[in-house]
Design a protein around this ligand. Structure first.
Ligand SMILES: Nc1ncnc2c1ncn2[C@@H]1O[C@H](COP(=O)(O)OP(=O)(O)O)[C@@H](O)[C@H]1O
Ligand SMILES: [Mg+2]
Length: 527
């Protein structure tokens, strides 16, 4: 806190301090970090002397408490390590994923000064209203409600002053320590420098709100059906201030907390008449579409970043953590999951192998044996309704798969870390809803529907006579969430090119067969 206050007078300039320089701040941060680490280790040693087993059992919660109270960098490192289930034991990751990222809100005058400096005008000229109390405050930013001069409701995310400079400084210090650790081979085959660079890149990206704005806009353009991504107000946004449409919904985190406290009406109050299963389904579908179809995905679909609107629409906020998957990887991932679901385990493993990174220490034959055994158990139990839900859960098997990776020194592919993270976060978010959720089953369903969507595209090819059957099939696919009705160009037997066109029928649920038939006829006429 002291460091961020001290720096609030001079905004950090990205990239000004090169990796080679050592600033006064670096030295100050280094001594603070060293002191924290040393006192943790000393206390740990004493605990171990007293009672070895108890010390080992309490290591994970103590580590979490240490990171939680050691400032923004420590929190971010903890949040990153929580997803590296290929490096750390499962219980540590589980504990770290509960890292609490709530900090006291900054006083309003600080926020006002920052917004005015960033946007270059007095607050009351910029907005018709601006709430002094934030609706959320975390280690990187806090969010305020505001009103646009045109009357619309806004959410303004304001970055805590100096936070990027603190992060950069801490990561410089950590990189030097990591370099030393690598020289002494402290972490064996794992390169500490690489890991620090990875966490730094991952975290610093979150401090550029222009990037977050771009991601939001792309996700918004890709979204279909009852999924809502806030519109960004570009004119009221900079690298440190992000102004967007206010989403009139209840954070899923709040609904779940109320429900878990024993209030059975929690979901019905947030979205009257919409069953929790429908919300879980929409959430899963939206995430899976981002992950497998469009390839650009919100990397942290945590309950606090998902809002539920009154009509059951699922909205996402917080696009600082996002990932992108190339088409080739999406194809491999789809095939892997599909083969797994169908019990073609050898084929599934071959694809899985393209998604991970064996190291020189890996015994591939042993890894293959171990993983195939886990996959077989997974496939068997997915359909075995007698097993307890906990044992059928994807997370359970993913845990085993990651255990096999750790034992065999296989690493996650760096560019897929966020993919697995998003999938795991989706799973744990959906688990908190009062429904039986099985990620693998949801993925299987999603692919089946996707393929039916493709079937419609194929069905639509002989467009010479759009029939009621075709319209019915198309409507069914649209209702199931096929994103579009695509009518492809094709060659007639005489060699003429025919057809071609595209219709996005967003209100598919509301429109009837007749409408779809009309759309098909219109497309035919256009062709
Ligand atoms: N556009 C929005 N509309 C409504 N609430 C929002 C909006 N953006 C953020 N919030 C609320 O503010 C909280 C924090 O915003 P978020 O972008 O997640 O910041 P952080 O990076 O600090 O987690 C969210 O959990 C949500 O409750
Ligand atoms: Mg958030």
């Amino acid at each position: 806190v002291a460091a961020s206050r001290a720096s609030s007078a001079t905004p950090p300039r990205p990239g000004r301090t090169g990796a080679g320089e050592v600033t006064l701040r670096d030295l100050r941060r280094a001594s603070a970090l060293a002191w924290r680490a040393a006192s943790f280790l000393a206390r740990d040693a004493i605990l171990r002397l007293r009672d070895r087993d108890a010390a080992a059992a309490s290591l994970a919660p103590r580590l979490r408490a240490l990171l939680e109270t050691s400032g923004v960098t420590a929190v971010k490192i903890g949040q990153y390590l929580a997803i590296r289930v290929d490096l750390l034991p499962a219980e540590i990751c589980r504990e770290l994923s509960r890292l609490f990222d709530r900090v006291p809100a900054l006083p309003f005058p600080v926020i006002r000064a920052l917004v005015e400096r960033e946007l270059g005008a007095p607050l009351d000229r910029l907005f018709a209203g601006f709430d002094e109390e934030p609706i959320g405050a975390a280690s990187i930013a806090q969010v305020h409600r505001a009103r646009h001069r045109n009357g619309s409701r806004l959410a303004v995310k304001v970055q805590r002053p100096g936070v990027a400079a603190v992060l950069r400084s801490d990561f410089r210090v950590l990189r030097r320590l990591a370099w030393l650790a690598d020289r002494l081979a402290v972490f064996g085959a794992v390169s500490a420098v690489e890991l620090v660079d990875e966490i730094a890149a991952f975290t610093l990206r979150e401090t550029d709100f222009r990037q977050e704005a771009r991601t939001a806009e792309r996700l918004r353009a890709d979204a279909v059906g009852s999924v809502h991504i806030p519109r960004i107000e570009r004119r009221l946004s900079t690298a440190r201030v992000l102004t967007m449409e206010f989403i009139p919904g209840v954070p899923l985190a709040a609904i779940v907390a109320t429900a878990e406290a024993g209030d059975p009406q929690a979901f019905d109050r947030a979205a009257p008449g919409v069953p929790p299963a429908a919300i879980a389904d929409r959430l899963a579908r939206a995430c899976l579409r981002q992950l497998f179809v469009t390839g650009l995905f919100q990397g942290d679909p945590h309950p606090a970043n998902v809002l539920v609107e009154r009509d059951g629409t699922v909205a996402f906020v917080d696009f600082g953590i996002f990932g992108e998957l190339a088409e080739t990887d999406r194809v491999v991932l789809r095939r892997y999951v599909r083969n797994l679901a169908l019990g073609r385990l050898e084929a599934s493993f071959d694809d899985y192998l393209l998604l991970v990174e064996p190291t020189p220490g890996t015994d591939l034959a042993a890894y293959r044996r171990e993983t195939l055994a886990i996959m077989a158990g997974w496939h068997r139990s997915a359909g075995d309704l007698d097993l307890s839900p906990a044992l059928r859960l994807t997370a359970h098997f993913q845990g085993q798969m990651f255990g096999a990776m750790r034992r065999n020194k296989v690493r996650m592919r760096k560019d897929l870390v966020l993919f697995w993270r998003a999938l795991a976060v989706l799973d744990s978010t959906a688990q908190r809803l009062p429904v039986r959720f099985d990620l693998l089953a949801a993925i299987r369903r999603f692919f089946e529907e996707e393929e039916r969507g493709e079937l419609v595209r194929q069905l639509a090819i002989p467009l010479q006579s759009p029939s009621r059957d075709l319209a019915r099939e198309a409507l069914r696919a649209l209702r199931r969430g096929a994103p579009k009705l695509v009518v492809e160009t094709h060659e007639t037997p005489q060699g003429h090119r025919r057809g071609g066109g595209e219709a996005t029928v967003l209100a598919a649920a509301a429109c009837g067969e007749a409408t779809v038939l009309l759309v098909l006829l219109a497309l035919r006429a256009a062709a």
